[in-house]
Design a protein around this ligand. Sequence first.
Ligand SMILES: [Zn+2]
Length: 306
Amino acid sequence: MGEIMKIGIDLGGSHIAIGIVDKNGIIIEKKEVRILEKEKEDITNFIENYINENVIDFMKKYNIESIGIAIPGTISETSIIKSVNLGIENYNIVQKLSEKINLPIKIKNDAKCAALAENSFGALKNYERSIFLTLGTGIGGAAIIDDKLLNTGNLPGMEVGHMIINKDGLPCKCGNKGCFEKYASMKAFKNNLRDALELTETTSGEELLEIIRNNNKTSEDYEKIEQVINEFIKNLSIGISNLVNIFEPEAVVIGGSFVHFKDVLLNRLRKYIQEEQLLFNQRDKLEINLAILGNDAGIIGATLLK
Ligand SMILES: [Zn+2]
């Protein structure tokens, strides 16, 4: 059967990806399926069938030691307490899968899995203390302290997206107002840009990126676009500075769809934090870098769960 492998599963809001991962964090083989709207009607059944079928297939081919699953939402040790993206509440996924699969199964929040992967094999490898943020539909976060994921007990913790940055601000689905992700998620950024330019929601992220890349002082919408970017950078800087002031990390690493916009956003973010002197303890340079494992971070990180 050969080398011992682990299975990492990334349960996304719109896809399931299953990978065979070796001890060096390399994905040897991967299978992926999109979760279509019709599947959402019986989502737990769809998840169980897809995972069972593929894991059982992989077990015939590889010497598998354990399974880890990265989950978008709040989880306990064995259950998904709530995942808005998947439309699931109180679902004991470990127990359900264990009916057909005889392997240890661990689950964890997806941002935490991505942080673990980046810490072992990616952008956080060279730091002892770091903050990891995923900027996408919402904002997820994780803290690595002394080379280990910050222990937050039974709850995910580091709910960075719901850090309140504006006390009478925009209402959030969590029930509070003024949450960080209402201002600084990529979803918020893209929606604000579409609104400012009176574009419909069918305008894709790539199209928006092109619009920003082509924006210059002679463009008709120059001011509008600049204003949306400035507001976004300002809000993102406030959230990041709050975290840096609390944890004093050596580096902040950002993943999620922010990475696609790196050439138009990253340097502005670095510059703003430095020039506005938002950090309580000023530093010559704050390392703000990008995640490098991309979509594979969830799969790889899930295999590192203990
Ligand atoms: Zn919130």
